[in-house]
Every structure is written in C-alpha cells, then in structure tokens.
Design a protein around this ligand. Structure first.
Ligand SMILES: [Zn+2]
Length: 382
C-alpha cells in the first residue's frame, strides 16, 4: 500500500485471519465500524492502529446518501487512510445494501458489499444474494448476505421481532449463493434499545450454524456475521444525559455475550450505535464546556448546537450534522472551526474502537492478514 493510492482489501482475507486465530485457540472476530463523516474514519483507523488490528469500515445506504454517493464515501475513507499513513488492512464495506446500491458500490470503489434481502422468503433471498455475488466476485469484491430477521430499525428495514436463522439451512445458503459472509439472526437487535432483545439471544443458533459450516468444509472461505451488537456503554449514555440529552431505556449486548458468540463462530461484529453515542456525548459536552458558542460563535457550530438543544433524544450524528455543509464533514477538519470538537470526536472513537478490537480478539492480527488485492481475489474466485 503506497501513500498515493490506498487500496482497500477484500473482506475475505480479514475474516479468514480471524478464523485461523480461532482455530489456533484464540477466538477472534473483525470489528466492522460504521462511518458517516471524515473524522469518524480517522478515529476508527487510529483505534485499529492502537490495537494493531485489521478492520472493516462500513457505510450504510443512509451514510452514502448523506455524503452524496458511494464514490464520495470511498474517496473520504481513502483520504483518511492516506492522511494517517495507515498501513494495516482495511476493507470498505456497504452495510445493508439493496440490489441497486450493492451494484453501485461495487462500481465505485468498495471492496465489499452487503445485500440485505432478508425480508424476502428464503429462495428469493438466495436468488437476490446470488445475483450480487455474480456481479461482485469477478471484480474481487466480497459479499455479505443476511438470513433471518433482526428486530429493530435499520435504515428503512423494520422488523418487529426476531425470526431466527435456521442453522441447518446456513450451509445451504452459502452453497447456493457463494456469498462470502452471512449475517444470521440469533436474537440481537438494531439500535440503542436492545434490552428486550437480550432475552431472545440464542447463541446455539450461531453454534449450530458454525458446526454445520465446518462439517461441509466451508469455514475457511465463508464467515458468520453478528449485527446489532453494540454494547451501548451506560457511562456514555449517562454523559449524554448529563449534558442535556434525554436518551431513555438504552441497553446493549453485554460484552461477555459478544465474546460468547465470537467463541461460537461469529467472525465479523458490527458496531454502529456505540460510535453514534460517543460522538453525540462529545458534541454535547463540547457545547456545555464552550458555552460562549451560543452568542458569539462561528456559523457552523451554532446550527448544530440548536438541533441538539431542541432534540434531547437524538443520538444519530447525521441528525444534527446535516444542518451544515456536508462537504465540511467529508474533509479533514484541520484549520476549520470544527477542528477543536473533531479532535475530541476522533479521540473518543479511537479509544472505543481500540477497546473493542481487544475484546473481539482481533488486536494483534494486523500483520496476519494475507495481502490479497481485489485483482488477485477475482482470480481466486474463478
Ligand atoms: Zn445490521
């Protein structure tokens, strides 16, 4: 990887490094962290460096829309990699894509895409996923599907309750579609209110799915993914509320449960809500610590503060950052009025990401990922 053009890794060699580590006795999963703006990417990269961890940076359809398209996100994350001289393997992944967005991301610099056709019945889901695999693999791009339904709200996909994946059909799903990764529903849920979901946690679904994959010899090329796995740290929620927020009933998946599913065969763990909460806590504290911003402040900060003041329950940074020019958020904030708060945001994210990659067992795997380019990966798929 040289400084001029950072290359994204396909997701497969990263997940395989976690699988090999697990087979060698140290259970591991790769952290997949959602990104919406430039500093978030820098914070994630900094956390990965501190833990010497490979990592997946992922953007949802909403994030792509927020930044003006997949090419903008790809450029933004590349820029962050180059600016920070990041040397560890990073994949850029589309989170919860549909057919159209998955195609678009394959064509616009992503090294991995998700097609979430989980709302369809199994055979239609398989067909939709296979279509993307057939488009992505000749370009070396990895694919993640989803099977079963996670409770909670993810972009415009809303499921009232969990429909578990059937472990006996997981090897079949992989075989029929050729997908590299598969998010299976085992009782986690999207969003900051996982409290009720916890009683639905069915780790045996992971266990049995992984055992089936091993029995069919799939586990070195195919990997299970855990969505809805933010821990929702209560100290961050308390901080948000201390500084003017009103986040209620927030509850995540306890870390020991996440580690249990990793030990059972999950190789990619998605983290979105945790970062949203950390960013929101940072902005709220910043505005309280800098109360002069109210009357006598740069144009850019005032509108952000206004949204936060008027919406105590808000936790998604896009809800208050969308009021300023998004281009400011796509670039390195150094020298701008956002620099001061963004330094705090970056540090907050970095510390949390480092903690997570250590808990996920992927710290130290940075140099254990096979260096495979998208072109080489395309040949491997042939
Ligand atoms: Zn998800």
């Amino acid at each position: 990887m040289n400084k001029q053009s950072a290359q994204f890794y396909p997701m497969v060699p990263l997940l395989r490094a976690a699988e090999i580590s697990s087979q060698e006795g140290k259970a591991a999963a790769i952290g997949a962290f959602n990104v919406n703006f430039y500093t978030q990417a820098e914070g994630i990269l900094e956390g990965l460096r501190r833990g010497n961890a490979p990592g997946i940076i992922q953007a949802s359809r909403g994030a792509n829309k927020f930044q003006g398209g997949p090419d903008k996100i790809a450029g933004m994350v590349k820029h962050a990699i180059e600016n920070t001289h990041h040397q560890l393997p990073v994949a850029l992944h589309l989170d919860h894509g549909d057919d159209e967005k998955a195609h678009e991301c394959v064509d616009n610099g992503y090294s991995s895409v998700m097609i979430d056709a989980s709302k369809l019945d199994l055979e239609e889901n398989i067909r939709a996923t296979k279509t993307i695999v057939e488009y992505a693999h000749p370009k070396g791009v990895s694919v993640e599907g989803e099977y079963g339904k996670l409770a909670g709200v993810e972009e415009d996909v809303i499921h009232e309750k969990t429909t578990y994946a059937d472990p006996y059909l997981v090897p079949y799903f992989f075989h029929e579609t050729g997908t590299d990764a598969l998010a299976i529903a085992y009782g986690t849920s999207h969003g900051p209110n996982k409290g009720k979901g916890l009683e639905n946690l069915a780790i045996h679904v992971v266990d049995e799915s992984y055992r089936g994959m091993k029995a069919y010899g799939q586990n070195n090329d195919h990997f299970l993914v855990g969505h809805g796995s933010s821990t929702v740290p209560q100290d961050i929620v308390a901080e948000i509320n201390q500084y003017g927020g009103g986040v209620k009933n927030a509850a995540g998946i306890p870390m020991n449960k996440i580690q249990e599913v990793i030990a059972s065969g999950i190789r990619k763990v998605n983290i979105d809500t945790d970062l949203r909460l950390g960013i929101t806590a940072t902005f709220r504290k910043y505005f309280v610590d800098h109360s002069h911003i109210e009357d006598n402040s740069p144009e850019v900060l005032q509108p952000i503060k206004k949204v936060l003041d008027e919406n105590p329950e808000v936790i998604d940074p896009r809800d208050y950052l969308k009021v300023i020019d998004v281009e400011l958020l796509r670039n390195d904030p150094a020298g701008s009025v956002l620099e001061e708060v963004m330094i705090l945001v970056k540090e907050r994210i970095a510390a949390h990401v480092e903690m997570l990659v250590r808990k996920f067992g992927c710290a130290g795997l940075g140099n254990k990922v096979e260096r495979v380019s998208l072109e080489e990966m395309a040949k491997i798929y042939q």
